[in-house]
Design a binder for this molecule. Structure first.
Ligand code: 4LM
Length: 396
């Protein structure tokens, strides 16, 4: 066993797949900002297109900046392979279009990122794909939702924005009993906190826009899974069906961000724990969800599946919709913005923002209240985050 094989995760996240550039010695992979690659001959071009010979063709089909982050993400998730995409939604759409087709059916959790919900609820049925939304904490309801034409079981854990944590191992087992693919969106955790493939799921989705990049300056996504599935997603979902190719510069920034992931996640989670404990005792807070609080409903699953409880907090403000809006409008340091996983603390109102694709009754069904705010705790001193939230809550 080589020294490389024995390295711990934090070390491998920095060193795995990094080879100095053979031409210049550049420690970091240079940015291959090119759309196309020149063939030495027509025969070579033909061999590359037919798959007889490895090599680059055109950046929609692959680029050296893609390869380095795909291999790194696959290593981190414990997957055979990964493919990057131009957004988290690009990754989701590429995976779904690869798996699904006319006359197929999906079982999905009722609480999903708003655009994923919209894709399944409002768009895919136009092409003959139906979805049954269930509560993934109710395993009997999940079991009962399968049909003979079901092809996919899909959920997020923790779910956006309620932070509901589901039993990944039990859900994977149910899906496999019904012979369907099981996919999990692991965006809120990153593979540093949670590796769903180890609990039996078939593929993992990431919005790399969030913690993986970590600096709020890129939109990107990943699908990770078996080599056979990823090859298919790359060849059909990315190349032909969505064309959602990541730009080389964005791939370079993801590489840069991933190197500090363990450091950032440790601090994100430590900060969120302090902020959550403070909010839990705040007189203006009606209820709070944070997987690191003792009263969190699925604490046993958090301990089983997650290294740390993450940095998202959701809370309901006393006084309803108007009070929640007043808090959102009163923050001074925290940014009133969607997205998550940035160095800055971000606060948003899911019912009117990220989850506005849910109708009022669907919001209630999904557990998304009008008085709910979601905070992505950043890397500031948590005392300053608390001071800002306190002064904003005082105005509710
Ligand atoms: C947000 N989220 O919640 P791109 N999967 C999950 C997500 O939270 C998101 C995506 C996929 C938010 C964005 C505005 C669990 C996005 C989609 O934005 O396409 O990279 O990821 O605030």
């Amino acid at each position: 066993m080589s020294l490389h094989d024995k390295m711990r995760l934090a070390t491998r996240i920095i060193h795995f797949g990094s080879h100095p550039d053979p031409h210049t010695g550049s420690l970091n992979v240079p940015i291959y900002q090119t759309s196309t690659f020149v063939f030495k001959s027509a025969e070579e071009g033909g061999r590359r297109f037919s798959g007889q010979e490895k090599g680059y063709i055109y950046t929609r089909l692959g680029n050296p900046n893609h390869v380095v982050i795909e291999e790194k993400l696959a290593m981190m998730e414990g997957a055979e392979a990964a493919v990057c995409a131009s957004s988290g939604m690009g990754a989701i759409a590429a995976a779904f279009w690869t798996l699904l087709g006319q006359g197929t059916h999906v079982v999905a959790d009722k609480t999903l990122y708003g655009c994923t919900y919209s894709l399944l609820k409002h768009c895919m049925h136009r092409y003959g794909v139906e979805t049954t939304f269930v509560d993934c904490s109710d395993l009997k309801a999940v079991e009962a939702a399968f049909r003979p034409n079901t092809k996919l079981l899909y959920f997020e854990s923790p779910a956006n924005p309620t932070l509901a944590v589901y039993d990944i191992e039990a859900l994977a087992a149910i899906g496999h009993r019904h012979k369907v693919m099981v996919g999990v969106d692991n965006t809120f955790c990153t593979p540093y906190l949670q590796r769903p493939l180890e609990f039996g799921v078939d593929f993992v989705i990431h919005s790399a826009t969030k913690f993986l990049n970590g600096h709020g300056d890129v939109i990107a996504g990943f699908v990770a899974g078996t080599k056979a599935f990823i090859d298919q997603v790359r060849a059909e979902g990315i190349k032909d069906m969505t064309g959602s190719t990541l730009g080389p510069f964005e791939a370079f920034l993801i590489m840069r961000g991933i190197k500090t992931l363990p450091l950032r996640m440790d601090r994100h989670c430590a900060n969120a724990q302090v902020v959550a404990e403070h909010l839990a005792g705040h007189p203006m807070v009606e209820s709070i969800a944070y997987p690191g609080l003792p009263g969190f409903p699925a604490r046993d699953l958090v301990k089983k599946q997650m290294l740390l409880p993450g940095s998202l907090i959701t809370f309901n403000v006393k006084g309803g919709f108007e009070a929640a809006k007043a808090v959102a409008n009163a923050v001074e340091m925290c940014a009133l913005a969607v997205s998550l996983g940035d160095v800055e603390t971000l606060i948003q109102h899911p019912a009117s923002m990220t989850h506005c694709s849910y109708k009022p009754d669907e919001l209630a069904e999904a557990g998304i209240g009008l008085a709910m705010l979601r905070v992505s705790v950043g890397l500031e001193d948590p005392a300053d985050v608390i001071a800002d939230l306190d002064q904003a809550l005082a105005k509710a």
